[in-house]
Design a protein around this ligand. Sequence first.
Ligand SMILES: Nc1nc2c(ncn2[C@@H]2O[C@H](COP(=O)(O)OP(=O)(O)OP(=O)(O)O)[C@@H](O)[C@H]2O)c(=O)[nH]1
Ligand SMILES: [Mg+2]
Length: 302
Amino acid sequence: MTQRCGFIALIGEPNAGKSTLLNQMVGAKVSIVTHKVQTTRARIRGIAIEGESQLVFVDTPGLFRPRRRLDRAMVSAAWSGAADADLVLFLVEAHRGITEGVQAILDGFLEHIPSGTRISLVINKIDKVKSENLLLLTSELNNIYNFENTFMISAEKAYGVESLKTWLAAELPFGPWHYPEDQIADAPLRQIAAEITREKLTLRLHQELPYQLTVETENWVERKDGSVRIDQLIYVMRDGHKGILLGPKGATIKGVSMDARKELEAFLDRKVHLFLQIKVRPNWLEESARYDEIGLNFRDGD
Ligand SMILES: Nc1nc2c(ncn2[C@@H]2O[C@H](COP(=O)(O)OP(=O)(O)OP(=O)(O)O)[C@@H](O)[C@H]2O)c(=O)[nH]1
Ligand SMILES: [Mg+2]
């Protein structure tokens, strides 16, 4: 057996660059990215190949102090992603250093990750700092936790990403590949499509609104002409939110719809007819069906 295959979990604070790194490793955008915290809500798998190794990256929601049921379910999904993995990469932002949040995650290792799990440190966003600061941060973090290895990368600029990939490929256990070699993501298309729309909403909406909505793909119809019709529902909590989402003369939702459609067309490589509908649902954060669609466990939020 020369093939290797295994799971590599990416964990870290919200905004650390986990999804950016996953996309960079896969060479395609399978996980959404924004400049805002708490973008990723569920575990998403992206698949890369390096030589004889199939690397299954598990993107996770950022780890933070949860307040709502949704937050708790997200944090729980992140920790269990790490607990199930062959290798764990802990991402820390170079320019922020050891924040309270980073310290809290380090404290959480003992409780949430089985002892013996292989955890490496990845200092990300090195494009934002001077290199002399990196050595100090590396040694401080390694004094707190004995990481298997330390990497310094820029996920966005792809610095150091290739050598990280080479190392991971050589460390995964021997075993047959889990996925066909051309597969790059393990998530239902309808879910990826909903995520793309949520990304565009998050980019256009301000403050708390992105955290108070969810997107679901209701319908997916392949047409004879090769195009696809996708109907999605956006759940918001208040009438007022619906108004903000619509924007003046519907301009906001139109912009979102156009951006999402373009990206969907590129992702699916065909023409897309996208229909968005907004629903006011004051209590969606407490409905288990919403969590099923996101890919989270409702009970994890108890
Ligand atoms: N300058 C710089 N920015 C980066 C780098 N990697 C990621 N970013 C930016 O950091 C922001 C957050 O990136 P994400 O990949 O969404 O972070 P995340 O860890 O997945 O965040 P959550 O899903 O919220 O947990 C985005 O604006 C990225 O463009 C990097 O290496 N350098
Ligand atoms: Mg993310």
